[in-house]
Design a protein around this ligand. Sequence first.
Ligand code: FAD
Length: 378
Amino acid sequence: MQNTKVLISGASIAGPALAYWLDRYGCDVTVVEKAPGLRTGGQAVDFKGATHLTVLERMGILEEVRRRQTGGTDQVIVDADGRRLAVMPGEFTGGDIEILRGDLSALLFERTAGTCEYVFGDSIASLTDTGDGVRVTFERAAPRTFDLVVGADGIHSNVRRLAFGPEESYVRFLGHYYALAQIDAGDGNRMYNEPGRMVTLGGPKAPSFFVFASEPLDFDRYDVEQQRRILMDAYRGGGWRIPEILARMPEAPDVHLDSISRVEVDRYAEGRVVLLGDAAYGNTLGGFGTGLAVVGAYVLAGELLAARGDHRAGFAGYEREFRDYAKVARQGSAGPFLAPRSPARITMRNWIFKRRLLLGAMLKMTDRFATDIRLKDY
Ligand SMILES: Cc1cc2nc3c(=O)[nH]c(=O)nc-3n(C[C@H](O)[C@H](O)[C@H](O)COP(=O)(O)OP(=O)(O)OC[C@H]3O[C@@H](n4cnc5c(N)ncnc54)[C@H](O)[C@@H]3O)c2cc1C
């Protein structure tokens, strides 16, 4: 292989998954992560269908992922008095295997930390393509030169901004926001809707999980207090257990709010820089992000190997093999499904979960999306 000195930005799922394959193919991999350490916890993510499971198996982690799985819990949709309206089955929300994002990230990190270099608490400040490499400056560390740089740094990708252009050109807001709060409200896994807002308490995704419709909001993604205020404003006057949750909100140790958005890039690579995972094909809460990240890492690394490290041919191969499979992320939005804007739409959404045949058809359709790629043996 040529071009073996690779810098990956982001140590969540896509980054460490790619590090695994590139290291196995003989590359010298550095991963830089903005957070001070591996980010733990939060939500559950899931894998669905033979393609995802085959890649996990080829990585030798399928059994370990199964061992750490959380999934399979049904979610009960309730009315304002807590009475059951419908049940969202575990297989719908949790795919074939559901695992906490933090646990999966830790597992991928454990498999790569011994042979790859991880730099926490730092971020790329600038990228300069010099023709035969990429000169990288960091916010803290000294400048270095790499053969290739990979942006695996999520929907708000720093690498995409530096190499492709401003976020507004590539991230489309889909009309809803989601929020997670560390408010433990019991194990009930109950979901409650009012027009344009949803709250789920005690579910596997997060202790308290919110989705609400909104005009675009101007806020600082690193200002937790501001996010807490926005969330409290959005849920004021709500029924069911919302008043109790709002009363506990000021003391919640962690609140995270972000838009439900979709990434739309017309190409995955720009010179020696390439995007992977949510940075390239994110669709918040779309349900395929983790599977796409893991399969994308397999295909990107495999195509680079097949091209003996020639980045032009390798990146073109990644684009050719993967773009069609990633189409699922270019469609739909979880917002209107989780927090429909009218009572009629809420009733209609709940109705789906009372019709086994309809639900079965929906599950089959998502299965087809998740398996619609012919995986090569690299
Ligand atoms: C509440 C919730 C529920 C979800 N449920 C599901 C689900 O059920 N099924 C599913 O498939 N997916 C789900 N997802 C999505 C899933 O987590 C991601 O799609 C998937 O993990 C892809 O990960 P990624 O590594 O590409 O990006 P991310 O997981 O977003 O990771 C990006 C990493 O880059 C780091 N980073 C950011 N900026 C910088 C920088 N400047 N420098 C260095 N590092 C940086 C971040 O700290 C982070 O570690 C869910 C997401 C949320 C929020």
